[in-house]
Design a protein around this ligand. Sequence first.
Ligand SMILES: Cc1cc2nc3c(=O)[nH]c(=O)nc-3n(C[C@H](O)[C@H](O)[C@H](O)COP(=O)(O)OP(=O)(O)OC[C@H]3O[C@@H](n4cnc5c(N)ncnc54)[C@H](O)[C@@H]3O)c2cc1C
Length: 423
Amino acid sequence: MSNISIKKKHFDAIVIGGGMTGCATAYYLAKGGMDVALIEKRSVCSGASGRNGGQVIQVEGRDELTRDIISKKNSIAFHGKKMLDTLNDELGWDIEYRKTGGLDLAYSDHDENIIKEIIQWQHEVGDKDVEYIEASEVMDICPIFGDDLRGAKYRKDDGNANPFKITYGFALAGIKLGVSLFTYTSVKAIKYENNKAVGVIMDRGDLYAKHCIVNATNAWTKYIFPDYPIVPCKILAFATEQLPIIPLPPAETIIYDREGDAGYREDNNEAYLFYGGSQVDGNIIIGGPPVQLPETMDDHFNEDVYYDDFLRFRTIFARYWTKVENVSLLRGWGGALGFTPDTLPLVGPTRYENLYINAGFTNGMCWCPICGKLLSEYILDGGKTSVPIDFMDPERFSDEVFEWPEKYNYTVLHNYITEKHKS
Ligand SMILES: Cc1cc2nc3c(=O)[nH]c(=O)nc-3n(C[C@H](O)[C@H](O)[C@H](O)COP(=O)(O)OP(=O)(O)OC[C@H]3O[C@@H](n4cnc5c(N)ncnc54)[C@H](O)[C@@H]3O)c2cc1C
């Protein structure tokens, strides 16, 4: 592919990154009348969007940052989730969105206290649709969890959707509107004239944009825009064999490995996130961080899964979801999320004229489609958006130097950011 030369060089808009965010952004810009080039270094949906567990969770479970951040997250994710209701019609196929409810499971006093406190915070900032339910009520919803379950945070309209259907849906609908898609094409740098972004330098030549260039490379942002603080974070997913359909809503919890487990380390046994949920075809997707902390930031792009990872997640699955016995994990994969210093994405214009960022997503389903739409509104409508996005200003950290921990996983990073915000 890469030695085929590109004849058309000039577009209204260039979107870099063919994940859920880039495909949605390209689609809405094209729908607004722009001539768009969408550039993806591998294939569409090959980044985090194609590695996603499909969980539609409005506000992640243990977000202990501040009420202000919970409130801001909710303001976007609430609309992001409502938008999923409209995507079958918008994209012309079924994105397999099922509202099964969503759970954050408590297995200890500590868990229970944190979850209840966060529910209270959510209520205080107007997010009233979450409640604490006792273990017996959880088992009524889904009877597979272990006997030591205490209860859970529950939101009844969370659920599951198919990230491939969403991402390819936007890509195909965009192509019908005239989007030019360049796959296996990598952007190496941005071309600037004075303070204005005018084009992109790629491994297949250069392209030019009259109105805007949008970075939607999420975890990879640092390679093209090192000044914007988005760091990659590897997370794993595993698919079980197909089971009779179990009504398993997306469920997450925070757990520790026990002595003898594949991930147990006496010197450092950090708590970590474990998540899972069933797909429409009966496979269950589970996941969490890898056993080995990646050595460097770049190692978070290693998408491999190792034997110890399989051992850890098979053990954890059997321990916490004990009513599902003798289930094989068929395959596993890794992918990289994009973390920012306040866990909110960077969405909006930058200090460079015509250059926009739409990246920094951890949770994607309630965020990426709506942020694609909102950023497009901003670009097409002179800075106006149907939902405020100013708090996601990509320049909000421009005066700060943020020191990231040298070695980290999802939980280490999340705790580190939380501590920074408290201090
Ligand atoms: C294992 C795993 C499970 C997850 N589970 C869930 C879940 O259950 N629910 C949920 O809401 N979220 C989940 N997420 C998070 C969610 O998938 C992401 O937040 C979301 O997909 C981000 O989409 P994106 O388009 O911004 O980034 P990506 O999908 O990563 O897309 C970025 C694209 O940019 C391309 N790119 C990078 N550099 C360049 C370049 N220089 N030139 C051209 N192209 C480039 C990449 O190849 C990639 O395709 C999960 C993520 C992972 C990894």
